[in-house]
Ligand binder design. Structure first.
Ligand code: MLT
Length: 247
């Protein structure tokens, strides 16, 4: 029987950002790539701040509805925060964990203030302004130079998100607890993926998680920044395919 793989997107994106994983991995796994609450085609109302635990609870409901007892969780950046919230609450539902371009620590005071500003900007200026500012931060120089179509696609996905969903996620991230202490208790096979050029999650954040999670594997994609699944889809898919065998 195929394993189930739940892909959790980052901020401020939607499930379509996993298109190449759905395409490349569906022959070997039952792949789910939902839109988180308020993003993409998910039109549910969002609270002012959407806690990571609330996204995780939505995903747990989705798995219950689909009759999925156990899944491999794969979260990128904010998706990783949500994956850690999920495993903290429902470890028995997780057979493997892929943490991409993410961290286990909480925001510092300066980071929390920046989240509040992002939420205000989303409401005041709309998603397009946030998107334009974020693209240079999430894609490496090489990706933007050699694949301008990727930059165009990422900007378009960000620009079409609802400002209230962006604001709710931003404020929710500011509220997230520090989960560094729970890392040593993770018992499932864990793969950590990051990019050598990720300025939002510099390499030491991944190295720290790797050191704290017993038996975890760390893979660093050269020349790739924050969106490792989009910037290096073949490498990403082959790492996940190999890892699924171990889960
Ligand atoms: C993301 O890609 O989900 C965000 O960069 C996460 C964050 O801002 O902490």
């Amino acid at each position: 029987m195929k394993k189930s793989l739940l892909l959790i997107h980052g901020f401020p994106l939607d499930g379509s950002i996993w298109e190449q994983q759905v395409e490349g991995l569906s022959s070997i796994a039952d792949v789910l790539a939902p839109d988180l609450r308020g993003f993409g085609q998910d039109h549910r109302p969002v609270p002012v701040a959407m806690a990571m635990d609330a996204y995780a609870a939505d995903l747990k409901r989705l798995l219950d509805e689909r009759g999925k007892d156990r899944v491999v969780l794969c979260g990128l950046s904010m998706g990783g925060y949500i994956a850690l919230s999920f495993i903290a609450q429902w470890a028995e539902r997780v057979s493997g964990l892929v943490l991409c371009n993410t961290r286990a620590t909480a925001d510092n005071a300066e980071g929390k203030l920046a989240r509040e500003q992002t939420a205000l900007d989303a409401h005041a200026h709309g998603a397009a302004v946030i998107a334009r500012a974020m693209v240079p931060k999430v894609l490496s120089e090489r990706t933007r130079r050699d694949h301008p179509e990727i930059a165009t696609m990422v900007e378009a996905v960000m620009a079409r998100q609802r400002p209230e969903a962006i604001a709710a996620a931003s404020l929710g991230m500011a509220l997230r607890p520090d989960r560094a202490d729970m890392l040593p208790s993770i018992q499932v096979p864990t793969l950590i993926i990051t990019g050598s050029e990720d300025r939002l999650m510099p390499l030491p954040t991944s190295e720290t998680m790797h050191a704290a999670i017993l038996g975890s594997q760390l893979v660093v994609f050269d020349g790739v920044a924050h969106l490792s699944n989009v910037e290096a889809p073949e490498r990403f898919n082959s790492e996940v395919e190999r890892f699924l065998d171990e889960c």
